[in-house]
Each structure stands twice: as structure tokens, then as C-alpha cells.
Design a protein around this ligand. Structure first.
Ligand code: ADP
Ligand code: ASP
Ligand code: MG
Length: 406
């Protein structure tokens, strides 16, 4: 018996039948005497559909209104789950982010949770109710609805588990756990039975969509007992632990990727102060490129950024309104940028593994733009027309299935 936070993703509540299956799972644990808080995502593609509706009217929908719009998906699925559970004889209440007191910063579309007032949830739990919470949303200090970034229901679940000191936080999704590579890209990728908080954080930040990066960050910070598992099977899933004990990972243990990024180059770039001031200004405006560098080529200063579409859009809005304090002659934009991260310890350019990576890249004539080495990973930035195919080949070539039995 304990307090359980369960989160069900979009596919898990994507149809009436699936919502019923979710209800049965929830009911079983409730009937076993647990206190249950259920965080729910919007049904299937409904968030995408709502966004598409907004873009039918304009290429530049107001962020505040977009958040009002897309937060409704979670409200619908939450109410539906609550209705089913109720019809099964269980006492339930569904609540929006606002109703349960999730306060965020004012950054529409990508807000950060500042605090959660748990009193309301506790009151409902004390009455014996199952609390169903609409994921992915909160309100800012002016009580305006905000959303937490795509995939942000994971963050709602982990944050609630932290404030409620839950005995376990279970993330239910459409795959059986965290894999060495997205299992939808290669059916030979291997599921981790256990993964450390650090590893989960590394994988989610570098593109493993199965967990929202901020959720991984909070889980690590608050040591949340966490499991990632499937809504559609009884597999134990991947259990997240502090340290992987008694085993060393093989040199390469996972591959992740960020696709569809853009490379921007500003020519003849000038700032009134220092480059640091410029970085600070980007930060203040919420523009966060994945990489940024400053260099002088043929006496002309350039700034190069690799940036996601979301941040590119934001940057362009700021440039159009002349809100950023720098000058440039022009900028060039290159699409199809992919960052592939090879996770493993000690992956330097001298290693045999790097040699194997290079042979794949050369054979396929992939255009590499840069390589970044860190203690636990190697990042390849490249222009690739078929990045999914490339990571699958790398996955097989590097034999990632070795040593992943834990
Ligand atoms: P949910 O709607 O349940 O939150 P998501 O679509 O956000 O589900 O995340 C699950 C998806 O994450 C999987 O279907 C899978 O394609 C993708 N994914 C990417 N990388 C990984 C990985 N390393 N391990 C497992 N799944 C991954
Ligand atoms: N429904 C939101 C999205 O599609 C949040 C989530 O699924 O976690 O991004
Ligand atoms: Mg998700």
C-alpha cells in the first residue's frame, strides 16, 4: 500500500478501448488499497490536430492563445478517464493544472514549473478519491494557462511524485521501456532493465523522446522512484536507479538523435558589448540554440548556431521586432541537420569504435559538420537526408546489443 503516481501518454489513451484498459489498471491498484494520482496526456494526435487548426488561420498564432487551446486536450482525456472510473464504482475527481495549483513561469509553450500547491490533491486523496490530473499544463503568476513543452506530461507526473513524496512514479507509454535506440527505428534495439538517473538524463536530453528531459532532470534531483513501462503489456519496463551496480556498461550503450534542426550562420556579426552579453540576451529572450560558436573567418566575424525549429521561430520573431541587440549583414539557413549522440564512456577519436563510426559515415557519404566529445558521449552533427536509416546501421555496426543484459 502506498501513494502511486501513474502517467499515461497519448497512445495509451488514444481510443475509448484504451481509456478503458487504463481505467482497469488504475482500478486494480486502487482496490489493492493504494492512493492514486493519475496524470493523463491528450488522446492520440489531438495536440497536433489542435496546433494544426491554429496554423490554418496564421503562421504566427499568439502563444498565449495556443496554450489555452492545446491545454484542452488533457482536460478532455482526464474527464473521460474520471467518468469511466466513476462508472466502475470508484470515487474520482479530474482536475486541470490550474485547479490543482501548478504554478509556472510565464514562458508560454515551454513553461517551467515553479511550485505546486499540493493541498488540494491531498484533500481529495484523504477523501479516498482517485485524482486525475491533466498533464502538460499550469498557470503563470497571473493565472494565465501555460504548457510545459511537447511531451511535458511526464514532467507533471514526476513533479507531482516529488511534492507528494510518492512511493513510485510509473510512466506508461507505447513501448516497453527505454531502449538502446528508439525501438521504432530498429527492432534489434535492446531494452534496459535498469538505467541510472544520469543515463536517463543523457538519453532524454539528446533525443530519446520516451521521457521529457525536464522530467528526467526532476527525477534525478529528487531521487524519484521511477519506472517506464508499457500500457499494453505486463513487462516490468525499465527501472530507474541511482547507480547501475555490479556492472560496467559496454563502451557504447545507446544512440539517440535530434532530427530536423537548422544551422544558422550570421555573417559580419557585431554586438555592442561582448559575446557573453549576447549569450545573456538570448537567454533573457528564451532563445536556446543547441550549439553556438563565434569565429572570425577572413577577418569577418561569424556566429554559427544549431537550433531547433521551435527556437528558430522564436529567434526570427525577436529579429523581426528588433528586440535583440546585435547587427549582421545577412544570415544563411541550412535544413536537415541531425545531431546523433553515441553514448558510452571514453569515446575518443583514437578509439576503434570511432573508426567504425567513420567507416559508416564515409560509405554513406554523410556530410559531417562537427564532432563534440564529452566524457560520456560523442556527438556527431551532420546533414543527413536519411538519419533514421543511418542510426539503424550504426546501431547494428556498433553491436549495441552486447552487454546490455542489466
Ligand atoms: P507518450 O505519448 O506515451 O508520452 P512518446 O511518443 O512521447 O509517448 O514517447 C514514446 C516514444 O519514444 C516511443 O514510441 C519511441 O518511438 C520513442 N523513443 C525514442 N527514443 C527511445 C528510446 N531510446 N527508448 C524507447 N523509446 C524511444
Ligand atoms: N499532449 C502533449 C503533447 O502532445 C503533452 C504530452 O503528451 O505529454 O506534447
Ligand atoms: Mg511523451
Amino acid at each position: 500500500m502506498g501513494l502511486i503516481v501513474q502517467k499515461f501518454g497519448g497512445t495509451s489513451v488514444g481510443s475509448i478501448e484504451n481509456i478503458l484498459k487504463v481505467a482497469e489498471r488504475v482500478a486494480e491498484k486502487k482496490r489493492n488499497g493504494n492512493e492514486m494520482v493519475i496524470v493523463i496526456s491528450a488522446m492520440g494526435d489531438s495536440t497536433d490536430n489542435l496546433i494544426n487548426y491554429a496554423y490554418k488561420f496564421t503562421n504566427n498564432p499568439v502563444s498565449r492563445e495556443l496554450d489555452v487551446l492545446i491545454s484542452t486536450g488533457e482536460q478532455q482525456s482526464g474527464a473521460l478517464l474520471s467518468i469511466v472510473l466513476n462508472s466502475m464504482g470508484l470515487e474520482t475527481v479530474s482536475m486541470t493544472g490550474h485547479q490543482i495549483g501548478i504554478i509556472t513561469d510565464a514562458n508560454f509553450k515551454n513553461a517551467k514549473i515553479l511550485k505546486i500547491n499540493e493541498v488540494k490533491i491531498r484533500d481529495e486523496l484523504n477523501k479516498g478519491k482517485i485524482v486525475v490530473v491533466a498533464g502538460f499544463q499550469g498557470v503563470n503568476l497571473f493565472e494565465e494557462i501555460t504548457t510545459l513543452g511537447r511531451g511535458g506530461s511526464d514532467t507533471t507526473a514526476v513533479a507531482l511524485a516529488a511534492v507528494l513524496k510518492a512511493d513510485i512514479c510509473e510512466i506508461y507509454t507505447d513501448v516497453e521501456g527505454v531502449y538502446s535506440l528508439d525501438p521504432n527505428l530498429d527492432d534489434k534495439s535492446q531494452k534496459f532493465k535498469t538505467l541510472s538517473y544520469d543515463e536517463l538524463l543523457d538519453l532524454s536530453f539528446s533525443g530519446a523522446k520516451v521521457m521529457h528531459p525536464r522530467a528526467a532532470e526532476l527525477a534525478r534531483k529528487f531521487n524519484i522512484p521511477l519506472v517506464i513501462r508499457s500500457s499494453f503489456s505486463e513487462d516490468d519496463g525499465t527501472i530507474i536507479v541511482k547507480n547501475i551496480e555490479g556492472l560496467d556498461r559496454e563502451k557504447v550503450y545507446a544512440i539517440t538523435l535530434h532530427k530536423d534542426e537548422v544551422r544558422l550562420i550570421f555573417n559580419n556579426f557585431k554586438v555592442p558589448g561582448t559575446f557573453n552579453d549576447f549569450l545573456n540576451e538570448l537567454r533573457k529572450h528564451g532563445v536556446a540554440p543547441d550549439t553556438i560558436s563565434y569565429e572570425v573567418l577572413n577577418e569577418v566575424p561569424h556566429v554559427t548556431m544549431i537550433i531547433t525549429r521551435h527556437h528558430l521561430e522564436l529567434l526570427k520573431k525577436k529579429l523581426a521586432k528588433k528586440e535583440l541587440n546585435f547587427e549582421y549583414n545577412d544570415f544563411s539557413e541550412e535544413d536537415n541537420i541531425t545531431t546523433i549522440t553515441i553514448h558510452g564512456i571514453g569515446l575518443t577519436i583514437e578509439t576503434e569504435i570511432f573508426n567504425e563510426i567513420l567507416s559508416v559515415l564515409s560509405e554513406r557519404q554523410e556530410k559531417v559538420l562537427g564532432i563534440n566529445k564529452e566524457s560520456r558521449k560523442l556527438e556527431l552533427v551532420l546533414i543527413s537526408s536519411k538519419p533514421d536509416e543511418l542510426v539503424k546501421i550504426l546501431n547494428r555496426k556498433l553491436n549495441l546489443d552486447n552487454g546490455l543484459k542489466n
